[in-house]
Design a protein around this ligand. Structure first.
Ligand code: SF4
Length: 430
């Protein structure tokens, strides 16, 4: 079993329905005409305009999902949530890792297994209109998967009418077209289609985004009812923390391609450990008017997954960044600028080490860090950038130098990837 997201129920002995290990989905930056130009990777440099870097949309995700439960995946736009969903359902090719469904490796499937997988795993998308063919009657749309599975026309129509009624629409709507329905009704139609073939797993990607609050509540309630009736398992992708709190048994918080905190829903909302989780919670209105937040609102943008920050990917926005001894925020910012120039071999190393220090630093440095900067400047002046980096390394923060792994926080299933000690966390209410 993967270690990153463990099961919510201790008592049952079920095997996971879905098990994802080390999943990566990377896309080449050049996917257009330039991306198709072949080049010799052993040659010096790349042809002009060619960038061989990758967008690391999903960058090593592990989780298990057990029958009948809901795992919510939250995070800002651009964190890789939708790519994760699309990769699990087979709409994107994984770059690395293993996806097991019902114990079978999905990435190794031959075509007949593909059909079995497509029948058992269905996806509900954010925009209900774009996933419904406007020129087809909704009854036919709902029955499409049944035709592929060999059902007769009569059986298909009867099942579509039954499903329409189960999602709260009238069976007589069978012959109507998608444009005759509201956004909420269209999402009901999508749910009916997803359920037509009795899947075990439904992957819902922002299924209520863009709907009015009252309609959202109706759709979520319907999804809960359908889950109870059919024993469905949900992988629920959303940026809305209120939605995930209502829907999920467990939550995984995703940031720039990785899970940074996972745990049982209530525990994660009331005792969040990772500063990103706490920032997300703080950035939305608190449902409890008496509750007080503990850190500032989330600032800045999600970094590019093409060139994610070193160490902890959240370090560029983290309000709890761990400063090395003797540094202030300002002096460490200057130190980090100097170190970046050393790393890119772009130090203005003309003159004595003292001159270099003066040109980079307005703030006072801790004395040992200042000596290290002078040593690094000397090394850079003789083009020995490895030695320069080595001189600086003892003074770098753990946050921008070491990528934290998911580790247990409290209880067996609450994990966080952050260097902060667990007892440094203040009370939090949301
Ligand atoms: S590892 Fe450091 S930068 Fe990352 S979230 Fe924790 S405190 Fe913030």
């Amino acid at each position: 079993m993967s270690s990153s997201v463990e099961r919510r129920r201790d008592e049952a002995a079920d095997e996971p329905l879905l098990s994802v290990d080390g999943l990566k989905t990377h896309f080449p930056v050049n996917s257009g005409i330039l991306g198709s130009i072949e080049y010799d990777p052993d040659a010096d440099g790349l042809p002009f305009g060619i960038d061989d870097s990758n967008v690391k949309a999903v960058d090593g995700v592990d989780f298990d999902l057990y029958p009948g439960e809901t795992l919510g995946v939250v995070g800002e736009s651009g964190c890789g949530k939708s790519t994760l969903a699309r990769t699990v359902v087979g709409l994107e090719e994984p770059t690395d890792g293993v996806i097991r469904f019902d114990g079978r490796d999905v990435t190794e499937f031959e075509s007949e297994d593909d059909q079995w997988f497509r029948e058992n795993v269905q996806m509900v998308f954010q925009d209900p209109m774009s996933s419904l063919n406007p020129r087809r009657k909704i009854g036919k749309i709902i029955a499409d998967p049944l035709e592929a599975a060999g059902w007769s026309a009569e059986e298909r129509e009867s099942r579509a009418v039954e499903l329409l009624e189960q999602v709260g629409l009238k069976g007589e709507y069978y012959g109507r077209y998608p444009h005759e329905f509201s956004g909420g009704q269209r999402q009901r139609i999508n749910l009916a289609r997803a359920l037509s073939i009795n899947p075990d797993l439904v992957i819902a990607d922002e299924p209520v985004s863009g709907l009015d609050m009252s309609v959202q509540a109706q759709i979520l309630s319907l999804m809960n009812d359908l889950q109870a009736e059919y024993g469905l398992t949900y992988l629920f992708i959303t940026h809305d923390l209120g939605v995930v709190r209502n829907m999920a048994d467990r939550v995984a918080v995703m940031y720039v391609g990785d899970f940074v905190e996972t745990g049982p829903t209530e525990q994660l909302f009331t005792q969040p450990h990772h500063p990103y989780t706490r920032s997300l919670l703080e950035a939305v209105p608190n449902p409890d008017p008496d509750a007080t937040g503990v850190i500032a609102e989330l600032e800045g943008d999600v970094p590019s997954p093409t060139d994610p920050p070193s160490g902890c990917k959240f370090h560029t926005r983290c309000p709890a960044f761990v400063l090395p001894d003797g540094f202030t925020e300002e002096s460490y910012a200057e130190f980090a600028d100097f170190r970046d120039d050393v790393a890119t071999e772009d130090v203005d190393a003309v003159g004595s080490p003292e001159t270099v220090v003066e040109s980079y630093f307005d703030r006072e440095l801790p004395s040992d860090a200042r000596r290290a900067v002078e040593d690094a400047a000397e090394a850079a002046a003789r083009d020995d950038y490895d030695a320069a980096l080595e001189a600086l390394s003892p003074h770098q923060s753990v946050c921008d130098s070491v990528q934290p792994e998911l580790e247990r926080i409290s209880g067996p299933t609450h994990l966080s990837a952050c260097h902060l000690p667990t007892d440094d966390r203040e009370e939090f209410q949301w």
